[in-house]
Write a protein that binds this ligand. Structure first.
Ligand code: UFG
Length: 336
């Protein structure tokens, strides 16, 4: 029987790519999204990619009555929970809203799941829970912490799931700590689509490439890294999406939870990413070095071995593919 999977935030960047991967793997995904950070035409784009009309509920994970209705109508078997706020700087200004959406939203969802007898959930966590990493590459048993309200909510969510799993053996959680998602779907039909000036490196470079922003501002070139700029573990969003399918499959198979990093195990600097994107778009993209951004760390990359061992997960796509697919997506979106 085809398992039905509720994707909260399923019209967003990672959610939409996971929708495609779930359909390809034979699941029946159902989207719940309030479209606060997703374009209204994502469902029709998903239909074009997968050849099947997506099921979409418009609303919030804070709406308990709506959640009860979805669980009753759709006969959900498991949940992949993306719906959350994710901008570090904004979280510093709006801690209440971050706790509300990310923590209260999770609690509301878990209560609806329990009422419906659904006990399997894949949780979007982040390498942000490592705070300032105490070693590189970062294994899952590294110390955790947070440096802003966003990080606080992600870690609080993880800890809540841990307590819940300890309270009742029916619960099984796949906790996925993402490193830096990048790139877009190979079709060029879906990708990251930030509403405002992007905070993150890759969407910012993309806007420079299409001419919407004049130049990349490189936040510091005096870090203790090979070229002085920040180093991160960029992971292609299609690899990340496949990680969710593997996590879900593991939960459905053995009913045991897991907590894993999703990264490549390789770090690339800001200037390396800019060079890779310049190559993808065929133009040397301009940059200017400005002071360090408050709260940034020098380097961060994953030890991906636990995800390989437990889930059979391996990121297959490199930074060339990340930049080429991003460029295909943004240049096409600009024309449409
Ligand atoms: N950077 C620039 N210029 C920019 C934007 C970023 O030089 O305009 C640099 C940053 O200083 C950093 C690197 O590019 O060295 C990556 O920055 P991002 O903002 O893209 O990503 P971060 O690693 O800072 O943060 C990301 C997510 C967070 C998450 C964190 C840890 O945005 O949500 O990874 O997992 F918490």
């Amino acid at each position: 029987m085809t398992a039905t999977i509720l994707l909260t935030g399923g019209a967003g960047y990672i959610g939409s790519h996971t929708h495609v991967a779930l359909v390809a793997a034979g699941y029946r995904p159902v989207i719940l999204d309030d479209f606060s950070n997703a374009a209204g035409d994502v469902p029709e784009r998903l239909a074009r990619i997968s050849g099947t009309e997506p099921r979409v509920w418009r609303g919030s994970v804070l709406d308990a009555a709506l959640l009860d209705e979805i669980f009753a109508v759709e006969r959900i078997d498991a949940v992949v929970h993306f719906a959350a706020r994710k901008a570090v700087g904004e979280s510093v200004r709006m801690p209440l809203e971050y706790v509300e959406t990310n923590v209260v939203g999770l609690v509301t969802l878990l209560k609806a799941m329990r009422a419906a007898g659904v006990f399997r959930l894949v949780y979007s966590s982040s390498a942000t829970v490592y705070g300032v990493p105490d070693r590189l590459p970062i294994p899952e048993d590294a110390a955790t912490g947070f440096t802003n309200p966003y990080g606080y909510t992600k870690l609080a969510g993880e800890q809540l799931l841990e307590q819940l799993a300890a309270s009742d053996p029916r619960w099984a959680f796949g906790v996925l700590r993402y490193f830096n998602p990048a790139g877009a779907h190979g079709s060029g039909l879906i990708g990251e689509d930030p509403r405002d000036v992007p905070n993150n490196l890759m969407p910012y470079i993309a806007k420079v490439a299409v001419g919407e922003l004049p130049e990349l501002r490189v936040f510091g070139d005096d870090y203790d890294t090979p070229d002085g700029t920040g180093v991160r573990d960029y992971i292609h969003v299609e690899d990340l999406a496949e990680g969710h399918v593997l996590s879900l499959a593991a939960l459905m198979r053995d009913g045991r939870g897991h907590l894993v990093n999703l990264g490549t195990g390789c770090g690339f600097s800001v200037l390396q990413m800019l060079a890779a994107y310049s190559e993808a778009c065929g133009r040397r993209l301009p940059h200017v070095v400005v002071p360090r951004r408050a709260g940034d760390i020098a380097a961060c990359w994953a030890d991906p071995s636990r995800a390989a061992e437990l889930l059979g997960f391996r990121a297959r796509r490199g930074i060339g593919e990340m930049c080429a697919s991003s460029w295909a997506w943004v240049s096409r979106r600009q024309r449409n």
